[in-house]
Design a protein around this ligand. Sequence first.
Ligand SMILES: [Zn+2]
Length: 44
Amino acid sequence: MSTTGEKPGKGIYTCLNCLQKVVLDDDTDTLPPCPRCKGTEYTP
Ligand SMILES: [Zn+2]
């Protein structure tokens, strides 16, 4: 599991709360709060 503020690397992360997908396209990108529900927990 990854949380907002981490830099887990490139990939597609799914919000645990609402299943919204967030794409990180660079290893230096930081996980944002979920754009839909403001959730902070994601699964790869
Ligand atoms: Zn969400």
